[in-house]
Write a protein that binds this ligand. Structure first.
Ligand code: 8YV
Length: 327
């Protein structure tokens, strides 16, 4: 890897990050911020020493198989790596890094925001006011549900799941979780969290379910139609992870049928396309993948990308190297 590698950045990043990249590397920016097509990505990997993609790029085997031998690093801007074919990258000797840790708190905040928005009908109320349809306060109007004292089931007790649990305790929720592995007993004690080895059993008992696990082949449609049917009709579902973890069609169907009380979604199966069935539902809150969208978060993600590239270019193992076994 040359000391000043050719770095291709697929989307616009915060100005200070792009400027620093220009100082450190031979950097090719995407100033008009248009998502790159698969053909453009293939052109990029033929030349780049380092590719800096985001969640909007699909770095699949068709792209990677066209990469020139100079492509040594994919320094992704984001934590999830489901848009990158890790196996093919490994086979081709390409290192992959991500930006974990720096978007934990923001994503956990967004999870709580969705829980509150769905339970207390925030966006419905906002729509009413903006439409000029509010007739004034009434004792029985727009009643939602109290969250204090309810049960929250967290699917995926990693960094973000734990950060959600800490917040949830403050809101008086009792915390339950399902995870591939039970977390350390000290963490479980700190979070006062109840572990369910069986996801099915947990789902049937929760008031609110939050998806906080990564999307992998093992978690694709983890909330399948069958599992969603296990939820109680008062239950709500929020997702700040990846749309693919939930069978979106089944969710829309069950919410429409009143078999699930509502949902809060920041992520979708076919982003940016939104399932039209979801758009029709008042008790579903839809956000445009805002989980980590803070200025502070984006800056920290960019810093991590730079550190990963610089460390790698200097001949060392980058701090946020992604291994297939982690996902
Ligand atoms: C990021 C995310 O904005 O980091 C992730 O995994 O889902 C988002 O919050 C996006 O991935 C950036 O590429």
């Amino acid at each position: 890897m040359p000391n000043k590698p050719l770095v291709v950045v697929t989307r616009r990043l915060p100005d200070p990050i792009e400027t620093r990249m220009m100082e450190l590397f031979r950097t090719r920016l995407n100033l008009d911020d248009k998502p790159m097509s698969q053909a453009e990505l293939i052109e990029a990997v033929k030349e780049a020493d380092v590719l800096v993609p985001t969640v909007t790029d699909r770095i699949d085997s068709a792209v990677l198989s066209q990469a020139g031998p100079q492509l040594r690093l994919i320094a992704s801007f984001g934590t999830g790596v489901d848009h990158i074919d890790l196996k093919t990258a490994r086979q081709r000797g390409i290192t992959v890094t991500n930006t974990p840790g720096v978007l934990t708190e923001d994503t956990a905040d967004m999870t709580m925001a969705l829980i509150l928005a769905v339970s207390r009908r925030l966006t419905e109320g906002e729509r009413l006011v903006r439409a000029g349809d509010w007739q004034g306060w009434s004792p029985t109007a727009m009643l939602g549900h109290r969250i204090w004292g309810k049960r929250l089931g967290i699917i995926g007790m990693g960094r973000i799941g734990s950060a959600v649990a800490r917040r949830a305790k403050g809101f008086g929720l009792s915390v339950h979780y399902h995870n591939r592995r039970r977390v350390h007993e000290d963490l479980e004690a700190e979070l006062e969290a109840t572990y369910w080895e069986s996801l099915d059993q947990m789902l049937a008992r929760m008031d609110i379910v939050s998806v906080n696990c990564p999307h992998t082949p093992a978690t694709y449609h983890l909330l399948s139609a069958r599992r969603l049917k296990l939820l109680r009709p008062e239950a709500t579902v929020v997702n700040t992870s990846r749309g693919e973890v939930i069978d979106e069609n089944a969710l829309a169907r069950l919410v429409a049928a009143g078999e699930i009380a509502g949902a809060g979604l920041d992520v979708f199966e076919h982003e940016p396309a939104i399932n039209p069935k979801l758009l029709k539902l008042d008790n579903v809150v839809l956000l445009p993948h805002l989980g980590s969208a803070t200025i502070e978060g984006r800056m920290a993600m960019g810093e991590k990308v730079i550190i990963n590239i610089k460390t790698f270019a200097d001949g060392h193992t980058p701090p946020d190297r992604v291994l297939e076994a982690m996902f």
